[in-house]
Design a protein around this ligand. Structure first.
Ligand code: C2E
Ligand code: MG
Ligand code: MG
Length: 557
């Protein structure tokens, strides 16, 4: 049945006629959950519907909302505060003076005082009719809950027209923080505002749900999806927090439903996986799932799941990369972690970040440090006795283990002099929590460890950090210079860093030296110590020992 069209004048006239026949005659916008009034020739929103009906009672299964969406008249009998209401919801298109159409619902309501029998019958009827429907709804917003969403999506995928569809997951970032800053009521207001906006777009081509506290789901036809619209909606919701410093952020993950055979929770998981890749990203607001993400997730799970067994089996090893003077004379080496499985050597980029995210890095690092100290112990009283080993310390080690206690007890356990184990800490690591870390570094140095600032220049705070921290060496990464198009300026910066380092009584080690020209340039600027493929790549301890034995000087390639 086609929805009736009325001009505003006709509607006013019609409503006037109905007023004698019904107890309540009102026009509502069920998407915004608001009553409508006429102001001159315009329609304006007035009070929210649930001022009359209260949110818990009606909005969960609003028959006017369903009438508006389906375009057909619906009737419903409700018991509310001792009165029986018979509600007729008539969808109408109002034609506004500018010719545009406004979809709304004319509610014609009669009410009678409920008898005991009415009450009994209606309560029972409601229990039977609406309880299952309510179970599928989120009580706060009236949107589908997880179960309802899955059911509705399944229905549209099976019975709806075949078309490319997307599964979308959107999260409010730092929702817990919003809760503690502004309180639960404000959060509910935000969630209701979001659901009101969402309802505007809801139809058989777009099914929405609130899946968990702060996570919304959407299954939508690809042809009508526009991720920028989410940004616009977020901007609207932000108004609720205007006047505060807090900026509400939403991130969205999208899965293109390629395989209709997948379960709906799996499709949603994939949208969530895409979302997780940009949760911390301030630039990207949405991301699409791709198959590499799946491989990535499985790989991450494998590294984490097998971590204990791999440590136990001794699959984590150290490789040593020589640190040399310009002539290739080896003074020591950096210990770099490698995971060796079935003869395959896996580099640290494939596991360090994963173990950091999983909170396991402290355990790996203390294991690696122990391997290094064991090696120093083996070298005592041999031809390798003068060689030091540098180990890496992750910024996150400070959160998971007592770095100071771990290092000092290792040196004691093996009876190795502290200056033989050098500690590499990146400037970014030092600056994540300087108040805690700078005194700790100081303490380690007082105990005789030598501290090197790793990857100097790669971070953002290099210079200001040097003001506050005393270290024994600065490790400059060639990489940060080679990206630059302006080599001339890069050269000047490098020279200044080396000069400054000398003035601050720090040794400079340049890593990533790959060519003779680079070496010459660095020598001209006064750098004395090098590490890089030009001299040698990281290698097994055995190979390192062999290389050292061949005469201390590395033959340059
Ligand atoms: P890093 O501490 O800055 O180590 C230097 C990295 O540069 C090593 O990569 C090394 O192989 C590489 N490199 C050395 N010379 C050259 C060169 O001439 N050219 C190029 N392109 N690269 C060169 P690797 O072994 O893959 O380690 C990468 C990073 O992983 C390390 O950077 C360090 O941040 C981290 N890492 C390695 N082992 C450990 C560990 O045991 N614990 C922790 N927390 N991090 C580690
Ligand atoms: Mg390092
Ligand atoms: Mg480095």
């Amino acid at each position: 049945m086609a929805t009736a069209e009325y001009s505003i004048a006709d509607m006013k006239h019609f409503m006037g006629m109905m007023e004698g026949m019904y107890d309540i005659v009102r026009l509502i916008d069920p998407i915004e959950c608001k009553e409508l009034e006429f102001d001159e020739n315009h329609m304006i929103h007035s009070h929210p519907c649930y001022d009359v009906w209260n949110a818990d009672h009606r909005c969960k299964d609003c028959s006017s909302y369903r009438a508006c969406m389906s375009g057909s008249r619906l009737e419903k009998t409700e018991l509310f505060r001792g009165t029986v209401f018979h509600i007729q919801s008539n969808p109408v298109h109002l034609v506004q003076p500018d010719g545009s159409r406004y979809d709304c619902v004319l509610e014609l309501i009669t009410s009678t005082k409920a008898t005991e029998t009415d009450k009994k019958n209606l309560v029972e009827k409601e229990r039977q009719e609406y309880a299952p429907a309510l179970r599928l709804r989120d009580p706060l917003t009236g949107l589908y809950n997880r179960e309802g969403f899955i059911k509705a999506v399944r229905d549209v995928l099976i019975n709806g027209p075949r078309k490319p569809r997307l599964m979308v997951a959107s999260d409010i970032i730092q929702f817990r923080l919003i809760q503690s800053l502004f309180g639960k009521e404000k959060c509910n207001e935000i969630l209701l505002e979001i659901s009101r906006i969402i309802r505007r777009y809801s139809n058989e081509n777009a099914i929405f749900g609130r899946i968990t506290e702060d996570r919304f789901a959407l299954c939508i036809a690809e042809e009508i999806f526009n991720p920028d619209r989410i940004d616009h909606s977020v901007e609207e919701v932000r108004q609720l927090l205007s006047g505060t410093e807090f900026r509400l952020e939403v991130r969205t993950g999208i899965y293109r439903i390629k395989d209709q055979e997948l379960s709906i929770p799996t499709m949603f998981d994939r949208a969530e996986m895409a979302l997780d890749t940009i949760r911390e990203n301030s630039r990207l607001h949405y991301a699409y799932f791709d198959d590499s993400m799946m491989e990535n997730i499985l790989y991450r799970q494998k590294v984490i799941g097998e971590f204990d067994a791999a440590l136990e089996a001794g699959d984590y090893h150290i490789f040593l990369q020589p640190q040399v003077t310009h002539d290739g004379r080896i003074h020591g080496a950096e210990a770099l972690a490698r995971l060796i499985k079935n003869g395959k050597i896996i580099p640290p980029v494939r596991f360090i970040g994963i173990l950091e995210d999983a909170g396991l890095i402290g355990r790996l690092d203390s294991y690696i440090w122990e391997l290094a100290v064991q090696q120093l112990k083996k070298w005592q009283n041999t031809e390798f006795a003068d060689l030091y080993i540098s180990v890496n310390i992750s910024a996150l080690d400070f959160y998971y283990i007592d770095v100071y206690e771990t290092l000092t007890s290792l040196m004691e356990k093996y009876g190795v002099a502290r200056e033989m184990l050098r500690l590499e800490i990146t400037e970014t690591a030092l600056m994540t929590d300087p108040e805690k870390q700078l005194p700790l570094i100081q303490q380690l140095r007082e105990q005789g460890f030598l501290v090197e600032i790793d990857d100097f220049g790669k971070g953002y705070s290099s210079l200001s950090m040097l003001k506050d921290i005393e270290a024994d060496a600065l490790k400059i990464d060639m990489g940060f210079l080679s990206d630059s198009e302006n080599t001339n300026r890069g050269e000047k910066i490098l020279r200044s860093i080396i000069d400054m380092s000398r003035e601050l009584d720090m040794e400079t080690i340049t890593e990533g030296v790959e060519t003779k020209d680079q070496l010459q340039g660095l020598l001209d600027k006064g750098c004395e110590m090098f590490q890089g493929y030009y001299f040698a790549k990281p290698m097994s301890v055995e190979d390192f020992e062999k290389l050292y034995k061949t005469g201390i000087f590395i033959e340059q390639n």
